[in-house]
Structures are given as C-alpha cells and as structure tokens.
Ligand binder design. Structure first.
Ligand code: NDP
Length: 310
C-alpha cells in the first residue's frame, strides 16, 4: 500500500483564495485593509525566512503588513513596549511576535509576550485568554498550525468524529491546541510526550496520528496502523549526510537535493510510513503552508471582530 500524499500547498492556496474576497470587502467597508503587525527580534535565519514568507503571503492577500524589527540586543522591556504600542494602535488588527525569541531575553520572555498581547489581536492564539477560550470551545483565534491541520483534514474528507487520534508532542503552540481542536471535533484523543511508554503501541491505535516532536524521521512505520492518516508537523533541518541517507536511501531524489544544498528539511515522520499509512502529509509542502494561510484567515477574523465591536 502507498499512502495518498496530502498536498498542503494546494489546500493553503484554496484557503488563501477564500480569504481574499473577505479582505477586499473589509477594505471597501473600512477604507483600509486589515493590518497585521509582525515583530521580529534578532537575526535568526530561519525566523527571518518565516517572517519574509508571512509578509509576502499577507501582502499578496491584500493585507497591510507592518514589520517591526528589533536588534538581537533589544531588551524584553523594549519588545513589550512595541507590543503595547501595537495593542493601542487603532490601525493594527493582528499582532504576531515571531518565535523563537533570542535566548538572551530570558526563559519566561515568550510567556510575558503572550501575556501582553491584546487577546482581540492575538492572531497566533497563544495569550492566556485565547487558550482559555480554545479549551472552552469558543476560540475566535485558534493557533494557526493546529487549526490548519483541522482545515486540512476537513478538506480531505477525513472523518474526525469518533476517530481515535494520537498527538505526539504537548507543546503550547502545537500539541496541546491540536489535541483540544481534535477533541472539539469529537475525536477520542491521546496526547503523548517524552515520558510516554510504548509510543509505537500507542501510535498504532490511531486513526489519525499527529507528529509534533521536532525529531527527524522519529515516527517510523511501527507507529502506524495500516490505513491511518498521518500528519507530520515537524520541521527539522538535517545537515548530516548519513542521517539523510538513512531516511531516504542513497540513490533517492532527496539525496540528490542534499548533495546540491548540503542540507534537507525533513519532518518527524520517517519516509517508510508511506508504505502503511492511508494518507500522509509531506515535508516540505504539507502542514507548513497551512500555518501561513491560517494566519491570514485569523487576521481577517480579528479585523472583522474588532470592526463589529467598535
Ligand atoms: P517543542 O520542542 O516545544 O515540543 C516537542 C514535544 O515533543 C514535547 O512535548 C516533547 O515532550 C515531545 N518529545 C520530544 N522528544 C520526544 C520523544 N523522544 N518521544 C516522545 N515525545 C517527545 O516543539 P514544537 O511543538 O514547538 O514543534 C514540534 C515540531 O513542529 C518542530 O519540528 C517544529 O519545528 C515544528 N513546527 C512546525 C510548524 C509548521 O508550521 N509546520 C509550526 C510549529 C512547529 P516533553 O513535553 O515531554 O518534553
């Protein structure tokens, strides 16, 4: 059996197309486009790439994207001051502070940022108010990656109600909200983490298996029930040739790519899972594009909700 490969890039383009008329209507009504403020601290190259992609996608969809850059020597107070300025701005509908923050800002920095963002503008869905609403099943702005996964499952006709779902990973930004959203869709959800015994055995129970771990190729075919849907959230850069070869085989197209670039972006799911799964998201081109599409959707939703409440 060979898994159906879910085309995240195509689904993301459908979502983006569905956002554009709403953006145009908002712009006509309000006399200005919905506005997303993005704050980028420091020079992390991966964060720089993510932010560039978000600015490009937002602008292409008709949003106004206001990028604020802070140097890597910026203090937490300076960062929080920018967040408060965007909170107070009438023009800004959404605020996103790109993660990860520089380690020099301290361990609790991200939480302080989430605590400071106005929940009405919290397009990442990480503020305590947003998390509370998510748990209560009344989120307006749910975290982009897990809500993108739900959109993907819906658009692929994969039934969540009554399904057994296993989420590997319990982070605040992916694992926990993913579990909540699946539960709200009437799946029976198990959340796993680094202390879970017999992960492969737990995984084999799943009709829908979501991997959000951050370890290249960790989920092998032993974790997967034949025919299950496997969603690979992981984004891992592999720079070691023997690791890449172990995943893809010496004569694969991916290894030719590795030889050209010196690295590969791979998911948490091993390529051999395609032999047992019913459906599988690729990396790249799976969940990643959905995350950006949902950010645009959330920004429009925030703009519309703010306009209604003003
Ligand atoms: P975190 O590091 O915050 O969380 C990882 C989770 O995986 C933790 O809950 C951890 O368990 C669990 N874990 C780690 N090792 C093991 C193990 N050996 N066995 C079982 N569980 C384990 O990562 P994130 O949730 O932020 O991200 C996960 C992955 O998703 C990363 O590759 C990241 O780059 C990617 N990502 C992709 C996005 C996209 O748009 N596609 C968006 C966001 C993230 P414990 O809690 O016990 O430590």
């Amino acid at each position: 059996m060979s898994a159906r490969i879910i085309d995240g890039t195509f689904i993301a383009s459908q979502i983006r197309q569905s956002v554009s008329p709403g953006v145009a209507a908002f712009t006509a009504r309000a006399g200005r486009p919905p506005c997303l403020g993005i704050v980028l601290v420091g020079e992390d190259p991966a964060s720089g790439t993510y932010v560039r992609n978000k600015v490009k996608a937002g602008t292409e969809s008709g949003l106004h994207v206001d990028l604020r850059r802070l140097s890597s020597s910026a203090s937490l107070d300076e960062l929080l001051a920018v967040v408060r300025e965007l909170n107070a701005s009438d023009r800004h509908d959404g605020i996103l502070v790109q993660a990860p923050l520089p380690a020099a800002l301290g361990r609790g920095a991200a939480q302080q940022v989430f605590d400071t963002i106005d929940p009405a503008k919290d397009v990442d869905g990480f503020s305590p108010v947003s998390v509370g609403r998510l748990v209560q099943g009344r989120a307006l702005l749910a975290p982009c990656t897990p809500s993108g996964v739900i959109e993907m499952l819906d658009r692929c006709g994969i039934t969540m109600s009554g399904a057994r779902a296993v989420v590997i990973g319990r982070s605040e930004i992916v694992g926990k909200p993913m579990a909540m959203l699946l539960l709200q869709r009437d799946a029976t959800v198990t959340v796993c983490h680094s202390k879970t015994p017999d992960l492969p055995g737990v995984g084999r129970d799943a009709d829908i298996l979501v991997a959000a771990i951050g370890r290249a190729g960790f989920v092998t075919r032993d974790f997967v029930k034949p025919g299950a849907t496997v969603i690979d959230v992981g984004i891992n850069r592999v720079t070691d040739a023997s690791t890449a070869e172990g995943l893809f085989g010496a004569s694969s197209a991916r290894m030719a790519d590795f030889a050209k670039r010196g690295s590969l972006v791979v998911g948490d799911v091993h390529p051999n899972v395609a032999e047992v799964a019913g459906a599988l998201t690729p990396v790249p081109g799976g969940v990643g594009p959905l995350t950006i599409a949902m950010l645009l959707k959330n920004t429009l939703a925030a703009a519309e909700a703010r306009a209604k409440s003003s």
